[in-house]
Design a protein around this ligand. Structure first.
Ligand SMILES: [Zn+2]
Length: 476
């Protein structure tokens, strides 16, 4: 176990060691069976999730939930004054971008945008070493755990510690050097991880030959499809224990030609694994696709891919309503990253058009400039209210915004990255977030208003613990 980031030192200890102040305690599970009894537990029912009292959750030695039922016998962990929720899932993260936090907020020419920000990101990429990549990833994943995020879809495209062009002897040992850094950081932080293995081949869209990768982009490079799938197999072997798995990803239409995206997706369907892609985050991508393919990017994917429920499009900021409806009908998830889209000034996805067609949502912390799942969910709804000048854009069948946002932040994310988590039910992973019901901002909650009170009224400091597969981090 590596040292925790300075901001956490003295606050939290890991795996059963009490800190010097005695204010924080965590328990280690996983090797033995546990029974957890919180004052309130969020359980699934026919009408969606609800809080119930007097519930014990049994966790097996395999890290999965064995049973959920009345608390009859003494528990191994009693969470008084707390509510137990399914853990939050960030379905889209680039952990290393934590290194840009606070560093891209000066605008010397008076204005910024996505592409100047991308130059700053490439600058960070050029400085990465395996050690630095591990350090930044560990910081991100540890912050996630402390924010109640128990699983992450790490959209992993920075792969090589050197130029990564595969053509020089200096590449030896540098190619894919960052893969193990990220996997090790996730293990060290104790977070569940789907490593979204990204294909990145070219430097832009073109009608004939696509521009080659240059500069820092060479660190992203996948030479060809054979190399992509060889690496996929190798990553599957590197994933240790039940907490790590691999998904298929084409970075974007800017980085992979459509014929290759179509073949990668078909193979992901054949293998039964999730497929993610950045889609229509910036208007330039649509302009380029119309010039090169005579189709909008979403139109092109809908034509060329047999999209199903394992498909997640990230952002869809500028996607046309008819394409949003078609994505919804195909079963796709859209992963929105409200704090990132706000930070980068991307724009706002037309969520009502997607939802009215039954579309499914997840959230992602993306550039990890802030790790605050409640804030992500609140702003997911608020930007829609601002854009559409109405209240209540993301609702469940009963018209409840709080419950639906909570479901999107847990089960929605778990489904997007292919995990058996996101609900407190037998057979699911024992991944939980713990809410401090005695926090002043929770004053006045009721079982009926809990979800909305939490999402719209509480800061993320009410999340006082998390559990992944039976391993707890609790702030007392
Ligand atoms: Zn992204």
């Amino acid at each position: 176990m590596l040292p925790l980031p300075a901001s956490l030192a003295g606050r939290i200890q890991v795996d059963g060691v009490r800190n010097s102040a005695g204010t924080i305690e965590t328990m280690s599970g996983g090797a033995t069976e546990q029974s957890v009894h919180a004052d309130w537990t969020w359980v699934d029912g026919p009408a969606g999730g609800r809080l119930e009292r007097g519930i014990a959750v049994a966790i097996g030695s395999d890290g999965r939930i064995g049973s959920v039922g009345p608390a009859a016998r003494p528990s191994t962990l009693r969470l008084g004054g707390k509510a137990l929720l399914p853990g939050f899932v960030s379905a889209h993260s680039h952990a290393f971008q934590r290194g840009l936090r606070g560093r891209t907020e000066r605008f010397e020419r008076g204005v910024g945008g996505f592409f100047p920000w991308r130059e700053a990101m490439y600058g960070l990429v050029a400085e990465l070493t395996p050690e630095r990549c591990h350090e930044l990833s560990l910081r991100t994943f540890t912050e996630m755990r402390d924010a109640g995020i128990t699983a992450v879809g790490e959209f992993h495209y920075v792969r090589h510690a050197g130029p990564g062009d595969g053509g020089s002897a200096t590449d030896k040992g540098l190619r894919y050097a960052f893969d193990e850094s990220v996997l090790a950081a996730a293990r060290d932080a104790g977070i569940r991880l789907t490593l979204l293995h990204a294909c990145y081949m070219v430097g832009g869209m073109a009608t004939d030959e696509c521009p080659p990768l240059t500069g820092g982009q060479l660190r992203f490079r996948t030479a060809d499809e054979g190399e992509y799938w060889d690496r996929f197999e190798r990553l599957a072997g590197l994933c240790r224990g039940p907490n790590q798995s691999v998904g298929v990803t084409a970075h974007s239409l800017r980085a992979v030609p459509i014929d290759i995206i179509a073949r990668l997706h078909a193979e992901s369907v054949r293998r039964g694994v999730v497929f993610h892609i950045h889609l229509e985050e910036v208007r330039q991508e649509i302009i380029d696709a119309l010039r090169v393919y005579r189709r909008r990017p979403a139109q092109l994917l809908l034509e060329r891919l047999r999209i199903d429920r394992r498909f997640t499009a990230v952002h869809c900021t500028h996607t046309e309503p008819e394409d949003l409806r078609a994505l919804a009908a195909a079963g796709a998830t859209i992963c929105l990253c409200p704090l990132t889209e706000g930070n980068l000034g991307d724009g706002i996805c037309d969520v009502p058009a997607f939802r009215e067609a039954g579309g499914r949502l997840a959230f992602g912390s993306d550039l990890n400039s802030r790790l605050a799942p409640l804030e992500e969910l609140r702003w997911l709804e608020y930007v829609q209210r601002i854009r559409h000048e109405r209240r209540g854009c993301v609702l469940d069948a009963d018209g409840d915004a709080g419950k639906e946002l909570l479901r999107i932040g847990t089960a929605g994310g778990a489904e997007s990255i292919g995990l058996d988590s996101g609900a407190i039910a037998p057979g699911r992973w024992a991944d939980f977030a713990v809410v401090d019901l005695q926090h002043p901002t929770m004053e006045g909650w009721t079982p009926e208003t809990f979800a909305a009170h939490l999402v719209f009224g509480a800061g993320d400091n009410v999340l006082c613990g998390s559990c992944v597969g039976g391993h707890w981090r609790l702030r007392r």
